[in-house]
Write a protein that binds this ligand. Structure first.
Ligand SMILES: Cc1cc2nc3c(=O)[nH]c(=O)nc-3n(C[C@H](O)[C@H](O)[C@H](O)COP(=O)(O)OP(=O)(O)OC[C@H]3O[C@@H](n4cnc5c(N)ncnc54)[C@H](O)[C@@H]3O)c2cc1C
Length: 430
């Protein structure tokens, strides 16, 4: 660690000693944290940040957690919307949106995917039609993580169907709490409902909420996707997120900060508890409890898991040291998918028949824990059920490989005419 890093930790600890109080409301605590720059330490100093590097940002989150304080507001506002607005927004938009993100006053979701546009995101069909100072939005989004608790959405909509598909998309900061927005939860096999379908019927968005200019949405969306890949990938942090939910919908802002301490949730849009950095330690403990720690095959896979995790960490350190690694974000995300698959296979092998048991409610989870006498078993099966997700969200593994092939290795693209044909004339997905 550099001296700068040591200084950062010392400064933060001193700030926490002066400011952290578990009896503050979540709103009051997050306001202090956000305005001080510690909620978004990697953001620029002039926009509620401290201008720190990614690894230093992870260290800040860890220091806050180790101090026993409630972490910064998690979710897609801090991870995606904020960095995208900093990169592409006007100063007026930065003033309008960023403070509410760092203080957790508003929660965000990502309205990108549609039933006919996931990997082929630029094929999206949600329409935006101009009406005076506003745009009128009609269409359907799907897999919207946290849509049921969001105040705002990063909305991609088609503003010009008469140009090739990448050129007629715009990116809006869209108010979710308005007539014409119907959010319907989708339940996944973990039993949780992390994501939703969102139906948009004559919903409205102000023209001055367009980020990055009309018909420039594809470039702006790629900024969001870049932050998504690097934020979700191996070595991408994994410490972020607080048990309290940002925004006005859930009502956590008016509760006391202490109510959320020592709780990590499988909250909206997030992985189950234990799925982040501590998973390896958890599986080692699982192997001990189930007397598989001396099993040579289990040990071999634990070593593989450790190796993959360390490679992710070293890659992050190389990036910190200024290394230019083409496709680093894509590789990090692929690596995270592989780590989660290995965790699933190894954990379920250790559990044996116990791994077939899963509970869908808190009461069920408590009963399962009592019956198995193992609090880790339920966490492990939930991680296993969630494990396909990272190889899908933020661009599937196949899409990451396509990007590496085309943009990093310079391989030829699949032949198609969608860069020259108007969106209106293209064959449409499902
Ligand atoms: C847990 C989770 C949370 C999510 N949260 C959000 C969210 O908050 N907001 C949001 O907008 N979206 C979200 N998504 C959606 C996610 O981004 C899409 O599921 C993803 O982009 C894939 O799109 P699709 O589901 O339409 O699959 P498709 O694009 O239909 O792909 C189906 C299969 O075909 C493969 N495939 C497609 N095209 C190619 C190609 N050119 N070359 C090779 N293989 C190809 C894919 O890899 C995949 O295996 C979430 C998804 C998950 C699982």
């Amino acid at each position: 660690m550099t001296d700068i890093t040591t200084d950062v930790v010392a400064e933060l600890k001193s700030w926490l000693a002066d400011n952290w109080d578990p009896d503050l409301t979540v709103r009051a605590w997050w306001t202090r944290l956000g305005e001080s720059g510690w909620a978004a330490p990697t953001w620029p100093v002039e926009w509620y940040g401290k201008g720190l590097s990614r690894p230093e940002g992870v260290l800040v989150q860890r220091t806050i957690r180790d101090f026993g304080a409630l972490g910064a507001p998690g979710g897609l506002g801090l991870l995606l919307a904020g960095p995208t607005i900093i990169t592409n927004g006007t100063d007026e938009q930065k003033q309008r949106y960023l403070r509410d993100i760092v203080t957790g006053a508003k929660g965000w979701c990502q309205l990108f995917s549609e039933p006919g546009a996931g990997s082929d995101l630029a094929g999206l069909g949600t329409r935006a039609e101009r009406d005076g100072d506003e745009w009128v939005i009609n269409g359907q989004k799907v897999w919207t993580s946290g849509g049921q608790v969001a105040d705002l959405g990063m909305l991609l909509a088609r503003t010009d169907p008469d140009v090739p598909k990448h050129q007629g998309i715009s990116y809006f900061a869209f108010e979710m709490l308005q007539p014409g927005v119907d959010v319907r939860p989708l339940r996944e096999m973990t039993g949780r409902a992390l994501f939703n379908e969102v139906f948009l019927t004559d919903a409205r968005v102000s023209a001055d909420a367009c980020i990055g200019g009309i018909n420039n949405g594809w470039t702006v969306a790629n900024t969001t996707l870049m932050f998504e890949r690097s934020g979700l990938g191996a070595g991408g942090g994994g410490e972020s997120g607080s048990a309290a939910t940002p925004g006005t919908v859930r009502g956590d802002l008016d509760r006391r900060a202490r109510d959320f301490l020592d709780r990590r949730t499988a909250g909206e849009g997030g992985a189950p508890a234990g799925a982040a950095g501590g998973a390896l330690q958890m599986i080692i403990e699982l192997a001990r409890r189930h007397e598989r720690i001396d099993d040579r095959v289990v040990r071999q896979d634990l070593a593989r898991l450790h190796t993959l995790t360390e490679i992710g960490r070293y890659t992050t350190l190389r990036l910190k040291g200024g290394a230019d690694i083409p496709g680093a974000g894509n590789l990090a995300k692929l690596s995270m998918s592989e780590i989660l698959r290995l965790q699933r296979d190894l954990g379920l092998r250790i559990l044996g028949p116990l791994g077939t048991l899963h509970a869908y409610t808190q009461d069920g989870r408590d009963a399962l824990e009592a019956a198995t006498d193992d609090p880790l078993a339920g966490i492990m099966t939930e991680m296993a059920l969630f494990s396909p997700a990272p190889s899908i969200y933020g661009g599937t593994d196949q899409v990451q490989r396509n990007i590496i092939g085309e943009r990093v290795l310079g391989l030829p693209k699949e032949p198609n005419n969608d860069r020259v044909t108007a969106y209106r004339d293209l064959p449409k997905n499902g």
